[in-house]
Design a binder for this molecule. Structure first.
Ligand SMILES: [Zn+2]
Length: 329
């Protein structure tokens, strides 16, 4: 287990439980309820009398302090369940009171740090579901606190989507770098003469295809990679479930993001409506029963009635998942 290379300073806190007893599957984002520097965050958690800590702090000076090694369980979220699973981050405000704002550059730094944590810990999809089953966690779900405050709290969907852009973008750009491949914009792969350009950056290739109607982006092997074909019902299902999980935002934002990612918004939204109306209660798509059962055992879906409600709301067959859980245990 490693720490982030984005760290500017280490002010290690003695306030932690030693090694965490769970793999890292969560990231809890807090606010400091104060406009303070990274060094101040570190110094606050230094005395044993404080009985609190975080893995990382981001100061209003835009610097990152490491307070507790990622391998260790910090004392941050008032929950052993959460802190054993979560990397905890204290984020400084840009001013005190009001909606407890955070500056844009600190928010950008936070997105960089969360992306780095996901990459190093194998979190492939940084979800914010508004509940404990997602990756991003809020302190206020575990204790009587306003943390992370109104402003930062309103940014969780945005943070998740920005992190996921980086996670998917980086994987395609690193594979491009590995094979030194180019993205070609053509009418069809066979029609080499129609080529408008060849790009190292997938984003730039998409922009080129967007302004040339009828043009598509092909990878080095000739696979059509944009616009993404969403003709297979499996794609639509997976997307609809991501939408329900909150990964694509709401309203106009959802429309724009799905369209700009090359998906058929109407088809996805129709599927979302179907799933939510219960017309597909027997359907178990998106994740396999086995994956879900393992998530349930890991604690991602809560217990008892809460578990049943959440699984069914996400469109899954609770009984099938629970049977698999019982088999595995
Ligand atoms: Zn907090």
């Amino acid at each position: 287990m490693s720490n982030s290379s984005l760290v500017d300073m280490r002010i290690l806190s003695p306030n932690h439980s030693g090694r965490r007893n769970q793999p890292i599957t969560k990231i809890a984002i807090h606010h400091t309820a104060g406009a303070i520097s990274a060094a101040t965050i570190g110094n606050i958690f230094k005395p044993t009398s404080r009985q609190a800590s975080c893995n990382y702090g981001i100061g209003n000076d835009n610097k990152i302090v490491l307070c507790v090694d990622e391998a260790n369980r910090s004392w941050c979220t008032s929950s052993s369940w959460c802190d054993n699973r979560a990397i905890t981050i204290e984020v400084a405000n840009s001013s005190n009171g009001g909606n407890w704002p955070v500056s844009d550059r600190v928010l950008a730094k936070l997105i960089d740090l969360v992306t780095d944590i996901c990459k190093r810990n194998g979190i492939k999809n940084c979800t914010y579901t508004g509940g404990k089953d997602g990756v991003l966690q809020k302190h206020e779900w575990y204790a009587n606190t306003n943390c992370p405050g109104p402003y930062l709290g309103s940014k969780f969907s945005y943070i998740a989507s920005e992190v996921n852009k980086r996670l998917s973008g980086n994987s395609s750009s690193s594979s491009a770098a590995n094979t030194s491949s180019l993205y070609r914009v053509r009418k069809s792969w066979g029609d080499a003469k129609s080529q408008k350009g060849a790009f190292r950056s997938f984003e730039n290739a998409k922009k080129c295809a967007n302004v040339n109607s009828g043009y598509k982006v092909f990878d080095a092997k000739g696979n059509e990679v944009y616009p993404r074909k969403s003709t297979s019902s499996k794609n639509i299902d997976a997307l609809a479930r991501e939408v329900i999980a909150g990964n694509w935002g709401n309203g106009g934002e959802r429309v724009n993001r799905l369209k700009s990612a090359g998906y058929d918004y109407n088809a996805v939204q129709n599927r979302v409506n179907e799933i939510l109306s219960g017309k597909s209660s027997s359907y178990v798509g998106g994740k396999s029963i086995d994956t879900l059962a393992r998530e349930v055992i890991r604690g991602d879906w809560g217990n008892g009635q809460d578990r049943k409600n959440r699984l069914e709301r996400a469109g899954y067959d609770y009984n099938a998942v629970q049977r698999r859980v019982n088999e595995l245990l």
